[in-house]
Write a protein that binds this ligand. Structure first.
Ligand SMILES: *Cc1c(COP(=O)(O)O)cnc(C)c1O
Length: 487
């Protein structure tokens, strides 16, 4: 036993490091507004800093305190808890869920089989049951937690394949799936991973609001069959990532029924809208999905990655993976062996994801999740109405949820479409280097838009108003520079 090993496991050292860290994080939460939402740094700056930090620590005679390390990580991160964080669709986690993560990490009871992850497995079952009810899924619904929407979508589609093809995963006819051309790229990736190739992905065209044109499904299925393909599944987006558009899930469910297709819903971002009484109609038909992905780290207050994969028939989840692993899983064919989660999930060892959600249910109740979803949905609608009132801004579409896309388009000035795209990209880049506000951009039908996700429930109307003014001022300034240059 070396001194070094003893020190690394020393309870007293842990206690003092832990107290210091929690104090720092609490101070951070109290004061996050006093710094830019997005402290800008280039990849080279960041790399140099963390090389130096480690070099410095190695050169010290005394053991380094961890405070400098945690400060560097905290101060140099993009600040999701900042009210001007309006960027990618990841939620500022409720602090209690992060505390649960500390406990889960220290215990490290990797879940695969029940005896290794007893509390985690039981809590996972409760979380799935509670959310199936809160989201008004079918009474037969079940599922499990997994690491991310990307993996959940792949797993749902593997279930579709197992359902349609049984154990013949290299069938004679080429399988394919249908999906909105605006869907998240991970659906295409899943089809490629399954070996279905380019042909195996049929993109259904979308309408002016980026929703799947469901009237085209029948024709596309027939054309695919005529080409010798075997349609296996159809994927609805609830919502799309880029513009937050909900497909008409009821119409897709009807089509799936007509053609005997597995109906998967990618609700990674927006499945949670079912908790919002005013907006849940946008995801009507979700309860008919054979499988459905929902990220808790997008709209449900937990650290990443925490994802539920639900099945309308809980039993269907057991048919996805049927390998044997004698050292790990009993050879029982009992589908209801719910407590050995690795029978259903892609992962073998899995974090205790359930504690993040369970702790919030335990301390605050299900209303917490609803309050958040309603609040950010309301703020999305408010931002859209503020954009509409500004003559120099153009709203892409009335938002369904907390994702709002718009662009700078100066009133009464003739600016060509490629110049407008460039201007909007320059506005975004200007705001990013400045760092006070963090938003992103997207391209829809070849046109560049600024894109905000209201992720922080504490964002105020005032912050949104200041951001829009900044955008217009920056746009006008950049335009004048361009015109000054005679372009
Ligand atoms: C974010 C997102 C994903 C990817 O989920 P991860 O949790 O990042 O793997 C997939 N689909 C949609 C619609 C998303 O918004």
């Amino acid at each position: 036993m070396t001194d070094l090993l003893r020190r690394a496991y020393d309870a007293r050292e842990f206690r003092s490091q832990g107290h210091a860290l929690i104090d720092r994080l609490a101070n951070y939460l109290e004061r996050v507004e006093n710094q830019p939402a997005n402290p800008f740094a280039t990849p080279e700056d960041s790399l140099a800093h963390f090389r130096e930090l480690l070099g410095g620590a190695a050169g010290e005679k005394e053991p380094p305190t961890t405070e400098q390390l945690f400060d560097a990580v905290i101060n140099r991160s993009v600040h999701l808890h900042h009210p001007a964080y309006l960027g990618h669709q990841i939620v500022p986690p409720a602090p209690l869920a992060a505390l649960g993560d500390v406990a889960a990490s220290l215990l490290n009871t990797g879940m695969a089989v029940f005896e290794m992850g007893r509390p985690g497995t039981a809590m996972e079952r409760v979380v799935i049951e509670q959310f199936a009810q809160m989201l008004e899924l079918a009474p037969t619904a079940g599922g499990f937690l997994t690491s991310g929407g990307t993996l959940a979508n792949l797993t749902g589609l593997l279930a579709a394949r197992a359902h349609k093809l049984g154990q013949h995963d290299t069938p004679l006819t080429k399988p394919c799936l249908l999906v909105n051309a605006q869907a998240h790229y991970c659906i295409d990736r899943a089809a490629h991973i399954m070996g279905w190739g380019k042909e195996g992905i049929i993109h259904v065209p979308y309408d002016g609001e980026m929703r799947m044109r469901t009237a085209l499904i029948d024709g596309l299925v027939e054309q695919a069959e005529a080409r010798g393909l075997m349609p296996v599944a159809i994927v609805g987006s609830a919502c799309t990532t880029s513009t937050g558009s909900y497909d008409d899930l009821s119409a897709i469910a009807d089509a799936a029924q007509r053609h005997g297709l597995w109906f998967h819903v990618d609700g990674a971002h927006g499945g949670a809208i079912r908790l919002d009484p005013k907006r849940k109609h946008r995801a009507a038909g979700l309860e008919r999905a054979d499988s459905f992905t929902m990220d808790f780290h997008k709209m449900l207050l937990t650290p990443a990655l925490t994802t539920a994969l639900f099945f309308r028939e809980d039993r269907a989840a057991y048919r996805t993976f049927q390998q044997r692993a004698d050292y790990l899983l009993s050879n029982s064919r009992d589908e209801r062996e719910w407590f050995n989660v690795a029978k259903r999930s892609f992962e073998c060892t899995k974090r205790m994801l359930s504690l993040r959600v369970y702790s919030l249910l335990y301390a605050y109740g299900p209303e917490l999740f609803r309050d958040y979803v309603v609040r950010v949905g309301d703020l999305g609608a408010e931002l859209a109405s503020m954009v509409r009132k500004k003559a120099d801004l153009e709203l892409l579409m009335e938002p369904d949820v907390n994702i709002v896309c718009f662009r700078f388009r100066p009133f009464g000035r003739a600016v060509g479409s490629s110049a407008l795209d460039e201007l909007n990209a320059m506005i975004r880049s200007d705001l990013t280097t400045d760092g006070a506000i963090y938003l992103v951009q997207t391209v829809v039908n070849g046109t560049t838009y600024l894109r905000c996700t209201i992720a922080n429930a504490f964002t105020q109307t005032q912050t949104l108003g200041e951001m829009l003014e900044r955008i217009v001022d920056t746009g006008i300034r950049l335009l004048e520079v361009r015109q000054g240059l005679g372009r």
